[in-house]
Design a protein around this ligand. Structure first.
Ligand code: GDD
Ligand code: MG
Length: 340
């Protein structure tokens, strides 16, 4: 079976980090996340993946050139963003029968093989994996009957209601896309699923209690790391804090338990780091403090500076003692100090 992996979003909620690194290539424990998605597919017998992105296409080309082994990656050109549905329609000439589709920003250990079996047993044209949440607003809310047949799909509902949401993993039949022309922007969530349900096509849902998180916000990107450090994801057991072998930490620096240090990161004497992920090549100078932040590759936190609740771009530099609460700091740019 083949799979289409959706990686073409701009990752706006993770800016400015995603201005230079596409969201699916941000690391999880120092390894581009997309490796994990591809490995997960290979474990479930997927030997070919079709994927595309008009955003930062070159970064993906470099990733593909470096990756070897299963599954084989077929890259297709998406000149302009075609949306989730349009990207799948674009990939259809490369699939052969039933196929999987994965959002490229979901960390999960979902049983894909079971999902496919369920889809086949139901004779569905589309099967949507579900995840239970307390607040469905950032997601697609799915209502189904007792047999799992989907009755309604509501993308980004306005109200904070608990419910089963679209987990961003589907099994699909090519016939689900009949009538949708290639080359135009289409949303599978807002257009294709509702149209299938309206015409009475067999769309099913598959509840799962698997670990699941969408990495698309700073809070979730950090949370995913903390969960992995706590051993919540099967097959990913690592020490906490987690330091790349090439990271250098002064004996008089302090690292909290929920900290990840990328390759060649340097943490100098008196620095304190807590609840944060520092990507490759980050330097934290003497006495600086970093908390609840994501620090982009090569960024420098100057001596005595404090960075809290921030997302720092690749190559950013922060000096002084300003507090960057919930701020986004671009390369070269410095966020204004918080008013007292
Ligand atoms: N190729 C391509 N082209 N991929 C795209 C495009 C595009 O134009 N737009 C978005 N994508 C990819 C993103 O890279 C991401 O992997 C996936 O499609 C979903 O886009 P997000 O921007 O992350 O959407 P979301 O998180 O707001 O909502 C989606 O995921 C939720 C689960 O996390 C929806 O599918 C929701 O229904 C779902 O609940
Ligand atoms: Mg997402």
């Amino acid at each position: 079976m083949k799979a289409v992996v959706l990686v073409g979003g701009e990752g706006t909620r993770l800016r400015p980090l995603t201005e230079t690194v596409p969201k699916p290539l941000l690391p999880i424990l120092n390894r581009p996340f997309l490796h994990r998605v591809l490995d997960h597919l290979a474990q479930h017998g997927v030997h070919e993946v079709i994927t595309s992105s008009s955003y930062l296409e070159r970064s993906f080309a470099a990733f593909i050139a470096e990756r070897h082994g299963d599954p084989r990656i077929t890259w297709i050109t998406e000149r302009e963003p075609l949306g989730t549905g349009g990207a799948i329609v674009n990939a259809l000439p490369r699939v052969d029968g039933t196929f999987l589709v994965l959002n490229g920003d979901i960390l999960t250990d979902l049983e894909l093989t079971e999902l496919v079996r369920f889809h086949e047993r139901q004779g569905a044209v589309a099967t949507i994996a579900l995840h239970r949440v307390e607040d469905a607003r950032p997601f697609g809310l799915v209502a189904a009957d007792a047999q799992g047949r989907v009755l309604e799909f509501r993308e980004k509902p306005g109200e904070p209601i608990p419910g089963d949401i679209n987990a961003g993993t589907y099994v699909l039949e090519p016939e689900a896309f009949e009538g949708w022309e290639p080359g135009r922007a289409i949303s599978i969530e807002r257009e294709i699923f509702p149209a299938l349900i309206d015409r009475g096509a067999p769309v099913y849902s598959f509840p799962s209690g698997a670990y699941w998180i969408d990495l698309g916000t700073p809070q979730n990107y950090l949370r995913a790391h903390f969960d992995v450090l706590e051993g919540k994801l099967s097959g990913m057991q690592v020490p906490a804090p987690y330091r790349a072998q090439t990271a250098v930490v002064d004996l008089e620096a302090r690292l909290g338990r929920w900290v990840v240090l990328g390759e060649h990161a340097v943490v100098r004497a008196g620095a304190e780091i807590e609840d944060s992920v520092l990507l490759d090549g980050v330097t934290v100078e003497e006495g600086a403090r970093v908390g609840e932040s994501i620090v982009g590759p090569g960024a420098v936190i100057g001596s005595g500076a404090t960075v809290v609740g921030a997302v720092l771009a690749e190559g950013a530099r922060v000096d002084g003692t300003a507090q960057f609460d919930a701020d986004r700091i671009s390369a070269g740019g410095t966020a204004p100090p918080k008013p007292d």
